[in-house]
Design a protein around this ligand. Structure first.
Ligand code: GLY
Length: 339
């Protein structure tokens, strides 16, 4: 096990890498805690939940909505949860988002921690404190920024992770490589999901590296005034098309990264589009899509990174170097027409 403490503005979060679910008992007592998970994780790892108060939700992004929040809050009331109750989200990004959000509003805020069970949650969704819900097709439209007390990494959860979920997680890993880490981009070019599944040491090092890339960016800019925006590489278009077409998050941002690379080619003389496309394909991710541009543009106009005239798009100057680029909306509309 390797433990790292990351200090955010209002909280120090402990990261237990290469750890075990059993560590949870050292962090919180069974009487005081309520675990939130989904059907898939619960069915595959029932034994781990023995003796814990657990709320089991239906899996899927379509349940990351206010109605689920109301259901969970009613169950917390039924459990007699109070301000000292500790919530633990055990699952992928939907579960960690819901848990963090509910912990932020239940009785005006209670403590919480995460046991991320998917690659995507381990390297991205459980880190950073942004927790929220979708409103219609608008992703994460309601939410807050509030940090968990701990994250416990138990890689035994990955044994039952479906292959498409590995691809989802690697989309975020490739994103980190694109914006921050050219050496990791090279490492990914030499390996594959199959190799990471076989080589636990390699996988564990990759997960830790990515979790720390994300945490470091967030620590430097927790409330997204600058560098944190880079983490949105591929997400501007990605979020717009994700719920429109019921794409997985990885598929959506993979397409979003490809379009962002093409825009980078035009505005930043970026020359790595072919390399990026090849890497995304290597990890089973899509790079092109037929989508209703006018409709996607309309959804994109609701993006949180936009003002009346421009949007802050994340582009690449080279592999490993992301930049925030304001683009006039009229200009972006014209660029989109070219693809
Ligand atoms: N919960 C994901 C983030 O804060 O970016």
């Amino acid at each position: 096990m390797s433990t790292r403490t990351i200090r955010f503005s209002s909280k120090a979060t402990q990261f237990y890498f290469d750890s075990s679910f059993a560590v949870l008992e050292k962090k919180v007592s069974k009487e005081n805690a309520v675990l939130i998970t989904d059907d898939h994780v619960f069915a595959a790892h029932k034994i781990k939940f023995k003796g814990w108060n657990t709320i089991v939700l239906k899996p899927g992004e379509q349940y990351k909505v206010q109605q689920t929040v109301d259901v969970v809050i009613n169950q917390l009331i039924a459990f007699g949860a109070d301000r000292k109750t500790f919530l633990v989200g055990v699952g992928g990004g939907v579960i960690t988002d819901l848990t963090g959000y509910i912990a932020g509003i239940y009785m005006r805020g209670i403590d919480f921690g995460f046991v991320p069970t998917s690659i995507l949650a381990m390297v991205d969704a459980s880190i950073g404190g942004k927790n929220g819900i979708d409103i219609g097709v608008y992703k994460n439209m309601a939410g807050l920024i509030r940090q968990p007390s701990f994250l416990i990494y138990d890689y035994s959860f990955l044994k039952t992770l479906p292959h498409n979920e590995w691809q989802n997680g690697f989309a975020e890993i490739i994103k980190h490589a694109c914006i921050k880490d050219a050496a990791m981009f090279k490492e990914l070019q030499l390996n594959s999901i199959a190799k990471y599944k076989r080589d636990k040491v390699l996988l564990s090092a990759l997960i830790q590296k990515n979790a720390l890339i994300k945490a470091k960016v967030v620590v430097g800019d927790e409330f997204e005034q600058g560098d944190r925006k880079l983490l949105n590489f591929g997400h501007t278009l990605g979020h717009a098309i994700e719920n429109m077409y019921e794409l997985s998050h990885g598929e959506a941002i993979s397409i979003g990264m490809t379009y962002a690379a093409l825009i980078s080619q035009q505005l930043k003389f970026f020359t790595g589009t072919a390399e990026l496309v090849a890497l995304l394909h290597r990890y089973g991710l899509p790079t092109v899509a037929d989508f209703d541009q006018a409709k996607a543009f309309k959804v994109l106009l609701k993006d949180k990174k936009k003002d009346h005239v421009s949007i802050q798009y994340i582009l690449l100057t080279k592999i490993g170097k992301g930049v925030v680029q304001p683009i006039l909306l009229v200009q972006l509309k014209e660029i989109f027409k070219l693809f």
